[in-house]
Design a protein around this ligand. Structure first.
Ligand code: NAP
Ligand code: ZN
Length: 350
């Protein structure tokens, strides 16, 4: 057992406060990671605020984690002290079911263990990356390529893989028109990755505020959806739409932007149900789909792809005392484009 500093929410909706948590003694296959940076994903906010149902408290959020290995268990073969590593949304899975064997641990039939707000197979509640140290099985540690700084790599561990996975699965590439709804943490990664895959990329953001950034990130087109004529003029345009919006959306208006046989893949997880007219889908044999993060092997593939294509997250680095304000700023879309906590700033005294 070791003790480390962390930011933790005592109950649903509570502010994050510094404190001390315990990490398990290293098992044979574990690595101890000195966490350098942790990204703030909107999912952290949904969970701290219990917007997805009952959550486990006290909660240490954080599943976009980057740091350096500082100790290895006796049987660790893939990492050594000093290696630059990342950890994403999962820290364990059964390793034996068909999904785990296929490298799709997120669908593990026993239930993948989430990095925080979860319970490990040992019965211990998991605590995430807003902390200075983390213990994880080497099976769930990723190698961060040298070309990527740890700070700009951290958000790739969730925002990167969550967008890479559906873009690849649904065929983003040359000749394909891809739209990204919402240019936040996930959205700004989707734009860069879809562009690197060779697709023609459009941003659908509420306002024109991020237009220049959209172009810099590789979007050929940018549309402000609050303008009344935007959606009608784009009807039947896109092969693939990635919806990253964290709130209610008029789904029929967006499904109508798909060409026949096109797919709209939702990665945003608002707490309220979607409403879609059956005819909106049936008429053009359109697909309305969801997508959940990605497996460990594909997360490594995504990190290597980003390094190779010069892609990283665009970040605002913050200190521990700015995290509560940062949550409010994420909710009001006032972030360009991911907050990353410098975990060295977590104070010893609360
Ligand atoms: P984010 O940084 O807050 O980005 C969400 C974007 O949605 C905003 O930047 C904004 O874009 C748009 N938006 C926000 N409120 C809106 C509203 N009321 N109407 C229309 N558009 C709105 O959040 P994120 O971290 O990217 O996460 C996005 C969602 O994905 C969250 O629900 C999160 O829980 C979920 N998520 C899912 C997975 C998965 O595996 N499926 C993984 C990670 C996160 P504009 O300002 O450009 O309009
Ligand atoms: Zn996330």
């Amino acid at each position: 057992m070791s003790r480390t500093l962390a930011l933790s929410a005592a109950h649903a909706g509570a502010k994050l406060e510094p404190g001390v948590i315990e990490r398990r003694a290293l098992r044979d296959d574990d690595v101890l990671i000195d966490v350098a940076y942790a990204g703030i994903c909107h999912s952290d906010i949904h969970q701290v605020r219990e917007e997805w149902g009952t959550a486990i408290f006290p909660m240490v959020p954080g599943h976009e984690i980057a740091g350096v290995v500082s100790e290895v268990g006796a049987a660790v073969s893939g990492f050594k002290v000093g290696d630059r590593v990342g950890v994403g949304c999962m820290v364990d899975s059964c390793g034996e079911c068909a999904f785990c064997k296929d490298g799709e641990e997120q669908y593990c039939t026993k239930g993948a263990v989430m990095t925080y707000n979860g319970t490990g197979y040992d019965g211990e509640e998991t605590k995430g990356g807003y902390s200075q140290q983390l213990v994880v099985s080497e099976r769930f540690a990723l190698r961060i390529p040298d070309a990527l700084g740890l700070d700009v790599a951290a958000p790739l561990l969730c925002a990167g893989i969550t967008t890479y996975n559906p873009l690849k699965r649904w065929g983003a590439g040359p000749g394909k028109k891809v739209a990204v709804i919402g240019m936040g943490g996930l959205g700004h990664m989707a734009v860069q990755i879809a562009n690197a895959m060779g697709a023609e990329v459009s941003v659908l953001s509420r306002t024109a505020d991020k237009q220049q950034d959209g172009a810099k990130l590789g979007a050929q087109h940018y549309y402000a959806t609050k303008d009344e004529d935007t959606l009608p003029k784009l009807k039947g345009t896109f092969d693939l739409i990635i919806n990253t919006v964290s709130a209610d959306l008029a789904m029929d208006d967006y499904v109508a932007l798909l060409r026949p046989l096109g797919a709209m893949v939702n990665v945003g997880i608002p707490s309220s149900p979607y409403s879609v007219q059956p005819g909106s889908l049936v008429g053009g044999s359109r697909v309305l789909a969801g997508s959940n993060i990605g497996g460990i092997a594909q997360t490594q593939e995504m990190l290597d792809f980003c390094a190779e294509h010069g892609i990283a997250s665009v970040i605002e680095t913050i200190s521990a005392d700015e995290v509560n304000l940062a949550y409010d700023r994420v909710v009001s879309s006032d972030v360009r484009y991911r907050f990353v906590i410098d975990t060295a700033t977590i104070p010893a005294q609360g």
